[in-house]
Design a protein around this ligand. Structure first.
Ligand code: KMH
Ligand code: ZN
Length: 280
């Protein structure tokens, strides 16, 4: 079977230290969590910047500082900032990070309820705007799809030329008001993307490891991390991102899927055509 790309979502924008004290805010904490995730086998780091007090920010200056610091410590890892930011941020704010020379970033492919009164808004025009900007800037998009309609949106925008191949999807399943992460949900999503596309699963909360196991079995890739899940197992908080990556690495061994290095991940995703010489 193909090698497994493990992404670690080290920080998130909504999870706070009072949920899990290992959630990184400061640059030093970001570097610690990034280093430990990479040591455990992650080849992609999904990063949301925070101010020192934990406030989520899409400031390009803050991202630049964080990315440079991670790069200096971790060497060749794919650093994937978020363009989703935090609930309530404007699209202008969210896309500010794309002014940096990035290799990859997320591209959120539809709107959904995020619980209570929270709405994560990605109108069709927002998606087109983000896709165009990322294409212009040669930033490889990870296509975050929270439900099947978001995949259909990507395929429509692909036909119109706003999104280009290679298509790499991420199925974000198990958010409070989104599509859940049962096996049938996973299979529905997996069977809905083109055969030559790649995918990674993001299981929220209790879905993190059951979905990781399914993705490993079915040739997909996996994201874990404190953004998505703060527990190592039921009732036991994860002592940082390292243990979450270690747990998925153990599952990968069980299914004979060696972990991909960053260079191998670029090859698997077809990112070679993208410039990764001049990135931060
Ligand atoms: N924090 C969520 C509102 C992404 O990173 O692209 C959006 C999010 C998606 O996490
Ligand atoms: Zn995110």
């Amino acid at each position: 079977m193909n090698k497994l790309i493990v992404t670690c979502a080290i920080s998130g924008a909504e999870v706070m230290k009072n949920h899990n004290p290992y959630v990184p805010y400061t640059v030093a904490e970001m570097v610690r969590e990034a280093r430990e995730a990479v040591e455990a086998g992650a080849s992609i780091l999904h990063v949301h910047a925070r101010e020192d007090d934990g406030t989520p920010t899409q400031s390009k200056h803050r991202y630049e500082t964080i990315i440079r610091a991670i790069r200096a410590t971790c060497g060749d890892v794919i650093i994937q900032p978020s363009t989703g930011g935090a609930v309530g941020m404007t699209m202008d704010a969210r896309l500010a990070v794309c002014a940096l020379p990035l290799e990859m970033a997320t591209l959120d492919c539809g709107t959904l309820n995020f619980g209570g009164d929270d709405l994560f808004i990605n109108t069709e025009n927002d998606i087109i705007r983000a896709a165009k900007l990322m294409a212009e800037r040669r930033i490889f998009p990870e296509l975050e799809c929270f439900e099947k309609g978001h995949i259909d949106t990507v395929l429509r925008l692909f036909k119109k030329g706003y999104v280009q191949a290679p298509l790499h999807f991420s199925f974000v399943l198990g958010t409070p008001c989104g599509m859940q992460g049962e096996a049938r949900d996973f299979h529905f999503m997996r069977e809905s993307i083109p055969k030559d596309a790649t995918f990674s699963v993001v299981g929220i909360g209790r879905y993190e490891f059951p979905l990781a196991e399914l993705a490993i079995q079915y040739g997909g890739h996996v994201r874990v991390g404190l953004e998505d899940n703060i527990y190592l197992e039921k009732g036991i908080l994860a002592k940082g991102n390292r243990v979450l990556v270690e747990k998925v690495a153990a599952l990968a061994r069980q299914y004979h899927r060696p972990l991909a290095t960053a260079a191998e991940a670029r090859h698997i995703l077809g990112m070679e055509a993208f410039d990764h010489e001049n990135i931060l």
